[in-house]
Design a protein around this ligand. Structure first.
Ligand code: GLC
Length: 437
């Protein structure tokens, strides 16, 4: 597909997924609400052609912030019966500081709003207008970071935990299999909705869903209290992707506060930032795998698998040059090759790799987008171009899917490699950004 045609189609998808309440769904049927990190990527796409919508997307998300600074992973601005589990299951009202205006989940998602604001500022022509918008909302984003450092870092390490796999954004990654092995949840009775929209072979299993629901039940039994969750949740992880997003966003907040001339919070941000980067490098790097990995805080050990999250620190400027080189070598050895598109979401050389199943192998455009910028920043020009071109090629061949098969052979006869939801908003939004670069 030709460049302009891709951009036009991408815009149409975003416009179609926009809801009159002022937010954009990730895709019809499968995801009928506003998701936290999706909204950031989506806002960046809008910044190229509809700035009011870009602002609106961010405003509707921040409008659902809780009194303690927390921003939920899904905001239920509207009703829908095409999704499970919905607001009646999550019961965000159990938390005393939850939003009185919007029901939501009681879990969060990677904090990308900070760096998205800076990206949008980079893209738009009317900088003054955007700065006055940023001025209005930046403190809310800061409050969100403060929440993470004060409530999600029980050992005061500069690394924050997630208590649910849905908080990671990489929902059914094989990384979590090790945690599921430590749990034995009841068999819940419920009606799945996702598999009415998407082939079951591309989605998590029923047993995986039992685990997902069980962790929520535990959190609910503690009214979503962070301290109690930190003590009781069987799932307690320091996730390299999540923490890289926080670090990248810290940096953007420092830059943006500088631009708007408000220096009151910069010293605190710098303190968090320095500590986080140092601890991240000490604790989340595996010398054995030559990659950043997840840390299981509940069982006090690294989880020894390489995933696309392992490379996200490049986007946040976390490794030094030497370690970046080691990381890139790991990527090329395990994830590269003429027969593959970059970058699979999970290590293709590992037996847990599944090229069709959600976060167990397929390529995701948001991770590729980060990798493109990260590799470029560290001077890996050719490789960054490859990640970008692979992303464009996957979309031209298969369409604006949620995730893609990394095996090139799949696309030879029929263009069958697009999986999950179609007309997926962040695939559309981020390809607009990549094509403008
Ligand atoms: C899936 C993805 C998650 C995303 C959501 C909405 O659950 O794993 O990262 O935010 O869909 O698109």
């Amino acid at each position: 597909m030709e460049k302009n045609k891709i951009i036009e189609e991408a815009k149409e998808i975003l416009i179609k997924n926009f809801q009159k309440e002022g937010f954009t769904i990730p895709c019809e049927g499968l995801y009928p609400f506003q998701w936290k990190w999706d909204s950031g990527f989506i806002a960046l796409g809008y910044a190229y052609f509809d700035i009011p919508k870009a602002k609106k997307e961010i405003e509707t998300l921040l409008d659902a912030q809780w009194n303690n600074g927390f921003i939920p992973h899904i905001v239920f601005h509207t009703d829908s019966d095409t999704y499970f589990p919905g607001p009646d299951f999550h019961q965000s009202e159990l938390h005393p500081q939850s939003s009185k205006k919007w029901r939501s989940t009681g879990m969060t998602q990677p904090p990308i709003t900070g760096f998205i604001l800076e990206e949008i500022y980079r893209v738009v022509e009317d900088k003054a207008d955007m700065l006055s918008f940023i001025k209005k909302c930046i403190d809310k984003v800061y409050r969100n970071h403060q929440y993470f450092y004060e409530q999600r870092d029980p050992k005061n390490e500069g690394l924050v935990y997630i208590y649910h796999n849905w908080e990671s954004g990489t929902d059914n990654s094989p990384i979590w299999d090790d945690i599921w092995d430590t749990m034995n949840p009841p068999e819940y009775e419920f009606e799945r909705r996702d598999t009415t929209h998407v082939d079951a072979s591309q989605r998590p299993s029923k047993r995986e869903y039992d685990h997902y629901l069980h962790i929520i039940e535990i959190a609910k039994s503690h009214n979503y209290d962070d301290k109690e969750i930190a003590e009781k949740s069987p799932f307690l992880i320091q996730d390299p992707l999540f923490n890289a997003m926080l670090i990248k966003s810290n940096e953007s907040l420092i830059n943006l506060y500088g631009l708007i001339g408000d220096r009151s919070k910069i010293a605190q941000l710098k303190k968090w930032q320095e500590k986080s980067i140092q601890r991240y490098n000490e604790k989340l790097f595996s010398e054995k795998l030559n990659a950043y990995v997840h840390y299981d805080l509940r069982n006090d050990k690294q989880i020894a698998y390489v995933s696309s999250s392992s490379f996200s620190p490049l986007f946040a400027g976390i490794p030094d040059k030497k370690r970046a080189e080691i990381l890139v070598k790991t990527m090329q050895e395990r994830f590269g090759g003429d027969d593959k598109y970059l970058c699979a979401s999970f290590d293709p050389t590992n037996e847990r790799f599944n090229p069709k199943k959600y976060w167990r192998g397929p390529v995701w455009i948001n991770l590729n987008w980060m990798l493109y910028y990260g590799l470029k920043e560290y001077g890996y020009k050719e490789l960054s171009e490859q990640v970008k071109n692979d992303s464009i090629e996957l979309i031209s061949k298969a369409g604006f899917y949620e995730y893609f098969d990394s095996r090139k052979e799949i696309y030879v006869d029929k263009n069958k490699g697009g999986y999950g939801g179609n007309n997926f908003s962040w695939s559309a939004a981020l390809i607009i950004d990549l094509l403008h670069n």
